[in-house]
Design a protein around this ligand. Structure first.
Ligand code: SF4
Length: 332
């Protein structure tokens, strides 16, 4: 088996909480706490969880827009975490990001042509004529036209702006795209168009995606594998089919019950989880999901659950599943 394109090991991001006039550190917000995963070339890994679970912080660390507190990120065999700023700038040609709010991420005073040309200028790619040609090429690839280059972001619809966001991410011919909630701000009808576009581009340009979302429904059709995050941890990771057919972690099951079903007669068997996500500055002991879990046991408040590989490629961190308790493992 060939090396994964991206390998993340023991990734942590702790933000200090400061107080007083001398800014004394009185604690930490553990936004990402010991996260490990791999992404293979050409696949899409979905990362899903409620807001505050650490999924976007993870995405930003992969591009070193945020420095990790601990852990290693290896892209094509090179440790990103050890690159100098100059080396990292060069590496960013290969790893690009698509943001949730295309309007906020596009400079309102610049034309679309200028916005798209900018990454080429930053990376010193091509002369003016070549850059113009590339802008025209990318506009067409994302379903826009040459005349759009002269327009400004406010003249576009939400869906068109996200097309521009995708085109900008593709300008430097990256291999990995980190898409952080790329369709969350769009109308449902437009979401499907943007998702289809991203899938077509993936096939044509042999792209690898990390697709961050708060809703398991959105990532279902685009992801080969899905990682579910809760309070800074990955609680379950599996290939899509296995995760949607046999979700093991109670949190994954709860997220799946929140996915709308297009059937008016459909009755849910299970209640959605109750309560809010606890503060990552003071996470619950043991399994951090125990304050909301309907299956909580004594051990859950005391011990952090280890990962259990229920079947090849499907791992879960929950005391309901482990080597000793495999009598209650419902996946067998
Ligand atoms: Fe629920 Fe316990 Fe599993 Fe956590 S470890 S998800 S509290 S059953």
């Amino acid at each position: 088996m060939s090396e994964p394109l991206l390998k993340v090991e023991g990734l942590k991001k702790y933000f200090p909480i400061q107080s007083g006039v001398v800014s004394r550190t009185i604690g930490h917000v553990k936004a990402v706490d010991d996260v490990s995963f791999e992404v293979n070339e050409g696949e899409t890994l979905g990362i899903v969880g409620e807001s505050g679970c650490g999924k976007s912080t993870t995405g930003r660390m992969l591009m070193r827009l945020l420095e990790p507190t601990e852990g290693t990120i290896t892209f094509k065999g090179r440790k990103i975490s050890e690159l100098s700023n100059k080396e990292m700038r060069a590496m960013r040609r290969n790893i690009q990001m698509v943001f949730q709010d295309p309007y906020a991420s596009l400079n309102p005073r610049h034309t679309i042509g200028k916005i798209l040309e900018e990454p080429l200028i930053v990376h010193g790619i091509g002369n003016a004529a070549e850059r113009k040609k590339k802008v025209s090429e990318l506009l067409k690839i994302v379903g826009l036209s040459d005349f759009h280059a002269k327009r400004y972001p406010h003249q576009f619809s939400g869906g068109q702006r996200q097309r521009v966001g995708i085109a900008r991410a593709l300008m430097t011919n990256p291999e990995l795209i980190i898409a952080d909630e790329p369709v969350s701000a769009l109308d449902v009808s437009v979401q499907a168009q943007v998702l289809n576009l991203m899938q077509d581009l993936q096939k044509e340009l042999k792209l690898t995606y990390i697709f961050i979302a708060h809703d398991l429904g959105v990532v279902r059709h685009i992801s080969n594998r899905v990682a579910v995050m809760y309070l800074g941890h990955i609680v379950e990771i599996a290939d899509s089919e296995s995760l949607y057919e046999e979700p093991l972690h109670p949190y994954t099951q709860a997220l799946l019950t929140a996915v709308p079903v297009p059937d008016p007669d459909f009755k849910r068997e299970q209640e959605l989880i109750q309560g809010d996500i606890p503060s990552p500055s003071n996470p619950p002991s043991g399994c951090t999901f125990h304050t909301r879990c309907p299956f909580k046991m004594d051990i859950c408040t005391k011990e952090v659950p280890a990962y259990f590989e229920a079947k090849k490629g499907h791992s879960v961190a929950c005391h309901l599943f482990n080597e000793e308790r495999n009598d209650i493992n419902p996946i067998n």
